[in-house]
Design a protein around this ligand. Structure first.
Ligand SMILES: [Zn+2]
Length: 435
């Protein structure tokens, strides 16, 4: 028998009506579970005048109130450690992860055994979709410490691949491990994939000749920016597959397939909506807005209409790979967006332009500041040619940004290759001097 292209073929290729039927059934169940078993949802649904029994279509989710990171934080620790969003007894929780807490108090994410097992099945499915097979060796080069991305390595092992739990070792050590154990897959952030490849070259190791054939990236945009993706793929002579997840629900819940055309969402676990950032109004498929997730099966802590803070759009319709799940496309974080002369700009927009230009390394840093009560931006870049005069390079970069983003930067500062800090994990690309 030939090997299947799919981990769960029937579900992965199901017609839209079947997907939505299953979603409706799960939605009714999870809303009732949330209402009956949490302090928070009972109160918030009652205040909004909605009942789980009112739901007759998945579109009815729009009648329910939103929650966000702030709700998560404020309800945490109330009544119990896991707080008012928790819908099970603490004795039924077998795992918690905690967010990095970069913007405040770390938030935790609890799992029952069933939640955890189902999550691992999603990880296996997405890794299989990325091309991983039992003969592969998978080096999990991301943080294990409390991070929700850590256990994803179990998804690879469940699939039958060999798990190499490297975590975030120093680069020298990591390169040595790659040379010793010859992983075919590695997972890291896009910034770090670039950094590690460049570090290898500086040490006289050609990353193209290493065993890595697929690089899974997650944690920051990059993987969906074509020029960045190309830079990583060429550096390593490997295929890049982007994964997306959020600690508030679970590790990866969406990932690219070999077509690299958006990220297939695990629709059996997540119901996605796109909403207008300001008004919260639901937008049609294909329009860009804030992605809102409802977790359909996570019992320990149901997340009903969780505003992810990620800006993106959703496409439906069958992918060339044969899968029928919708695909999400992330353009940036709501918090990183800045507005200059009425144009919404994400760091990823600037990156798209810069990585396409010759003569610069592709590393960059954006400064947003006010002058004459108006927001403006400047960009630092690094030159890679020695023989181009500063003013020529400067005008090329300014011209490209102006024509492709629509707003000219106030300045472009030209640095030498290596002047900007290289990220060991997530890159800090935006400095908002107004804060
Ligand atoms: Zn596909």
């Amino acid at each position: 028998m030939s090997e299947s292209k799919y981990w769960e073929e029937e579900w992965e290729t199901a017609p839209r009506e079947v997907i939505e039927e299953k979603q409706l059934e799960s939605l009714k169940h999870i809303l009732q579970h949330a209402y009956d078993n949490t302090v928070y949802y009972k109160k918030s649904f009652d205040e909004a005048g909605v009942k789980p029994s009112d739901v007759t279509s998945i579109k009815d989710i729009a009648k329910f109130p939103f929650i966000d990171k702030q709700t998560e934080r404020l309800t945490q620790g109330k009544g119990s450690m896991v707080g008012e969003l928790c819908a099970v007894d603490e004795k039924d929780i077998i795992f918690i992860s905690a967010s990095s807490g970069s913007t405040g108090v770390p938030t935790i994410s609890p799992f029952t055994q069933k939640d955890f097992d189902e999550w691992m099945n999603i990880e296996s499915r997405l890794m299989y979709q990325a091309g991983m097979r039992p003969t592969d060796r998978y080096m999990h080069g991301i943080n294990f410490s409390l991070f929700v991305g850590g256990p994803c390595v179990l998804g690879a092992q469940r699939l039958g691949a060999m798990g190499i739990w490297s975590g975030t070792l120093p680069s020298d050590r990591l390169l040595y491990i790659i040379q010793q154990f010859n992983p075919t897959f590695i997972q890291t952030t896009p910034s770090y994939a670039l950094y590690l490849g460049e570090t290898a070259k500086k040490k006289g190791i050609d990353p193209k000749k290493l065993s890595v054939k697929t690089i899974i990236v997650a944690g920051e945009p990059g993987g969906s920016i074509p020029a960045t993706r190309k830079a990583i793929e060429e550096l390593w002579d490997a295929k890049l597959i982007e994964f997306y997840g959020l600690s508030d629900i679970f590790g990866a819940c969406a990932a690219m397939c070999e077509e690299q055309d958006g990220l297939h969402l695990a629709e059996d676990h997540i119901l996605v909506e796109t909403v207008d950032v300001k008004t919260g109004e639901v937008l049609p498929d294909g329009e860009t807005g804030e992605l809102v997730f409802t977790s359909l099966r996570k019992h320990a802590r149901p997340m009903i209409r969780f505003r992810t803070g990620d800006i993106g759009y959703v496409t439906k319709g069958k992918c060339k790979c044969g899968r029928t799940s919708c695909r999400i496309n992330i353009v940036g974080r709501k918090d990183d967006m800045f507005i200059v002369s009425g144009v919404n700009i994400f760091p990823s927009d600037v990156e798209t332009v810069l990585r396409d230009l010759d003569g610069i390394t592709g590393e960059y840093r954006i400064h947003v500041f006010n002058r004459d009560y108006t927001a403006r931006y400047g960009v630092e870049v690094e030159r890679s040619y020695k023989d181009e005069e500063d003013h020529v390079l400067d005008s090329r970069v300014v011209g490209a940004l102006k024509s492709r983003i629509g707003v000219k930067p106030d300045y472009v500062k030209i640095l030498n290759d290596g002047d900007l800090p290289r990220a060991e994990h997530k890159a800090k690309r935006l400095i908002d001097e107004r804060k």
